[in-house]
Design a protein around this ligand. Structure first.
Ligand code: GAL
Length: 851
């Protein structure tokens, strides 16, 4: 888009001030973006396809904490010899077990986020408490590390003969599954999906009982990981002749202005007779129009056997998937045998090319594109690891607002709705597995990841791991073998994508040889030399920056655990300006992924207690932008951008020199202090401008010029004290489906209605009507207030409230008022969110409502 001139703006009646632009930007524009994204498949009902039924199994579970050491506090589980001795004997998973004292809740659920913070720094530098955000989870906290989930469900007699599966998108971490007294199976990692065939254990035409024992004592990572069933659970019913799980692949190749789709799947026969089956594909465009069809030859399939089925289809003039136009298609894949449809599924896919060139960087659909990426963990304020689907899109909207066009799912297999949001919203992905290993578990996790997501156009890189120092160094020989096996497996399952790893080191030995493209973590001194030596290897920044800052703070103060917002960075890291100047100015660098987009719980760098989360985020735990956000918006975004900081409330520091910075992509910026110009400065390419200004209350104003014209201005004014609260929501109408959420921003205002950037008032929230409060936050890395209580202190003027719709359409009323402190009254704020009736996605009926 061309730059807009001052005249254009004036004549269009658009507001010229960048402060209102900034105020609207990350939040309101995200809201607009999301409004346009209102047909998320995860939130809206997905129409059933064919005879398969898939039910959300999230609602109406009972929950209690168990105990990792004391069987008497763990449902008697673990007394010893008799635990697994007879099939069907687990009484807690049968009728008659009394769970009336257990709490009722819906999934996704993370019990770690509900626990108080505990200060325990034993264990030194690698202390798991610290790295997991000081929550009492782990073997030293047996009382709070095991959770039990239980619920009843009915299966009608008509389901006899079908295959019935319970499917978990992921849980943390060791899960034992019991149904109707029988032990069904076990999962022991925190990120890969897992499922069990319940067919033989079901009581048909009767009540059934499922119990999960989830043990979060072991960790997979060095960051907050949550505890519990933090992703969705599904109950899936298929015919005995059915499609294999994640075996359906739509592999497009673009030839000129048409695309060939190589279509493949596997049909399984778990029936009593051999059968023959064929598969049909119906390809739909984004509007639902059929644009191609195909059919495989008939295959015979023995009992308990399977057969691959393939076909080809051609699309003329396909609408390509890109970051600007994330066009998606879907294929409805149906198995027919004996003239009957037996199973079907819908697979979403996109058509695009992605190429890493050793000389010229990355190309999407043949066009050069820098990867402007961020790494992210998966937790959010208020909800921990258990994100409602809508929050995934909310978070992505925040990142996209600063020009981020790619995310790395560091350091684990992502939640499906995060990938779906990337597909839908045009954000590329580096998709990473947790365990770098060719042991059976490591390969299984990798395989699940690739099979699960290989139809997603957003994914451009598979990553087999992160910073495996031993495998890159002293165990390089094993590292090379492990990486070779993992890369080979990725290529077998998906020959269309490159495989890489995030390597912190020189990439000269160990895992690196096996990789298709070479990722460097940090170490800006290394890529130039590597590039010279290895001209045929494509390079990118797999992890960069690790800049740190505390939102709204402008001094690094170890007594307050704050980091200044100008140039905070860890010793091994680079400021945004340092790393992007490097990557942004080398053609052969494909771009990179900054550590991190969002702040996350755990790894409270650079301080320890009472800090409970990291300060690496470009936005805080709530998604409120820090100042670094605007560096990226200036140099990654496509629009004119101007951001002036710090705030101008320096009471008591009159006469002090205050550094004033501006991030902008305009030609020049002029700074005014109380209406007096301090002169214009030329903005260096990929840089910033700064002044030192003697503090005098009033206002500072930056004016940004393009082609000699003022294009944007931004002002910071010294505000008065807080007198009122303002509530705004990302959306004021959401779905009444028991899942959808609205994200509310809480601000402090002075008498003139200006946001008070230093306010820290405690605000209480009353939520009534058609919704409930599910979490609060404020982005303060040192705040140990509860994420679940209906109150929160503002941190530098802001807090966040997340409300979730019930299933009854109506209005959610939110009231915010001063809570529990003396001092001047604040004018409360009220907001209503409408929840609209929608067709809900099929869910397992809750037999017994809350007791
Ligand atoms: C990296 C690591 C990340 C995070 C980061 C902090 O080395 O891959 O997980 O710990 O350091 O700077």
């Amino acid at each position: 888009m061309p730059f807009i001139t001052r005249r254009d703006l004036l004549s269009s009646g658009l507001v010229l001030s960048a402060s209102s632009f900034a105020a609207r930007s990350a939040f309101a524009r995200t809201a607009a973006l999301l409004a346009a994204e209102s047909t998320e498949p995860s939130v809206a009902a997905i129409p059933a396809v064919g005879p398969r039924e898939r039910f959300l199994f999230d609602f109406g579970w009972k929950f209690t904490l168990g105990n990792d050491c004391d069987p008497s506090k763990d449902l008697g589980f673990g007394y010893g010899q008799s635990d697994f001795s007879k099939t069907g004997d687990f009484k807690f998973a049968k009728a008659g077990f009394d769970d009336s004292a257990w709490r009722t809740l819906d999934l996704p659920h993370d019990w770690a986020v509900e626990l108080p913070f505990v200060h325990d720094d034993s264990g030194g530098r690698d202390n798991a408490m610290k790295s997991h955000g000081y929550k009492p989870v782990g073997r030293r906290f047996p009382e709070t590390s095991v959770g039990w989930y239980r619920r009843e469900f009915e299966i009608p007699s008509s389901d006899l003969g079908r295959r019935i599966w319970v499917e978990f998108d992921g849980a943390f971490r060791d899960v034992l599954v019991f149904v109707n007294g029988c032990f069904i199976g076990r999962n022991d990692n925190g990120y890969a999906p897992f499922r069990f065939d319940l067919t033989d254990f079901i009581a048909y035409g009767a009540k059934n009982y499922i119990v999960l024992r989830v043990d979060a004592s072991f960790g997979d990572g060095w960051f907050y990981e949550g505890a519990g069933v933090y992703r969705h659970v599904w109950l899936t019913k298929t015919d005995a002749v059915h499609l294999g799980k994640w075996d359906t692949v739509v592999r497009p190749s673009v030839n000129g202005d048409s695309a060939t789709l190589a279509l493949a799947t596997i049909v399984c026969n778990e029936g009593k007779q051999p059968t023959s089956a064929k598969v049909t594909w119906k390809v739909l465009d984004a509007r639902g129009a059929t644009v191609a069809t195909a059919e495989s030859p008939e295959q015979s399939i023995p009992v308990d056997g399977s057969a691959p089925c393939t076909a080809t289809a051609t699309l003329a003039s396909p609408a390509l998937w890109s970051v600007d136009e994330p066009n998606l298609y879907s294929a409805i894949v149906t198995v027919e045998s004996d003239g009957q449809p037996r199973d079907a599924e819908r697979v979403s896919f996109g058509i695009r090319t992605a190429l890493f060139d050793p000389e010229k960087g990355f190309f999407l659909n043949g066009k050069s594109l820098k990867i402007q990426g961020t790494c992210n963990h998966q937790d959010h304020a208020g909800v921990g690891a258990a994100l409602p689907d809508r929050l995934q899109a909310f978070r992505l909207g925040v990142l996209r607002e600063m020009g981020c066009n790619a995310v790395r799912t560091s350091h684990n297999m992502p939640t499906p709705e995060w990938v779906e949001a990337c597909d839908r919203m045009g954000v590329m992905m580096m998709c990473e597995t947790r365990q770098m290993s060719s042991n059976p578990g490591g390969l299984e996790q990798l395989e699940l990841m690739v099979k699960r997501y290989r139809n997603s156009p957003s994914i451009i890189i598979w990553s087999i791991g992160n910073e495996e120092f031993l495998l890159q160094g002293p165990m390089a020989e094993q590292g090379a073998k492990i990486a070779t096996a993992m890369v080979r497996r990725c290529h077998e399952l998906d020959p269309t994508r490159v495989v890489s790893a995030a390597v912190n080191g020189n990439n000269e030995k160990g895992v690196s040889d096996a990789l298709d493209i070479i990722g460097f973590n940090y170490n800006l001194k290394l890529p130039d030399a590597f590039h010279k030596e290895h001209l045929r290897r494509a390079l990118y920044g797999s992890e960069t920056s690790s800049a740190i800052s505390t939102r709204g703070e402008y001094a690094t103060d170890p007594l307050r655990n704050t980091v200044n917002s100008y140039d905070g960075v860890v010793p091994w890291g680079e400021t945004p300006e340092e790393w992007w100047t490097f990557y942004g100015s080398r053609d052969w660098e494909a771009g990179g992924f900054a550590w991190t987009g969002f702040d996350y719980r755990g790894e409270p760098t650079p301080y320890g207690w009472p800090s409970i989360n990291s300060q690496f985020g470009i936005v805080d735990m709530c998604g409120f932008p820090k100042d670094y956000f605007y560096y990226y918006r200036a140099w990654w975004g496509k629009e004119p951008s101007l951001h002036l900081f710090p705030h101008w409330n320096w009471h008591g520091r009159e006469g002090d020199q205050i550094p004033v910075w501006v991030y902008s992509n305009l030609d020049e910026v002029e700074l005014f202090v109380n209406a007096t110009s301090l002169g214009r400065q030329k903005v260096p390419h990929l840089g910033h401008v700064q002044w030192n200004v003697k503090y005098d209350p009033g206002a500072i104003e930056a004016r940004g010029y393009k082609g000699g014209e003022v294009v944007l201005t931004e002002k910071r004014e010294t505000t008065g004290p807080t007198v009122a609260i303002r509530l705004t929501a990302d959306r004021t109408e959401i779905n009444a489906d028991g899942e959808d959420v609205a994200v509310l921003k809480v601000e402090a205002l002075d008498r003139e209605g200006r946001a008070v950037p230093t306010a820290g008032n405690v605000i209480g929230f009353k939520v009534s009507g058609a919704g409930v409060l599910i979490g609060v936050g404020n982005g303060d890395p040192n705040c140990q207030e509860s994420d679940k209580d209906p109150k929160r202190s503002l941190f530098n003027g802001l807090a966040q409230v997340i409300v979730q719709a019930t299933k009854e359409p109506g209005e959610i009323h939110i009231e915010a008022s001063k809570e529990g402190w003396d001092g001047p009254e604040l004018t409360p704020a009220k907001l209503a969110i409408t929840t609209k009736k929608v067709e809900m996605r099929p869910a397992v009926h809750v037999i017994r409502e809350q007791s």
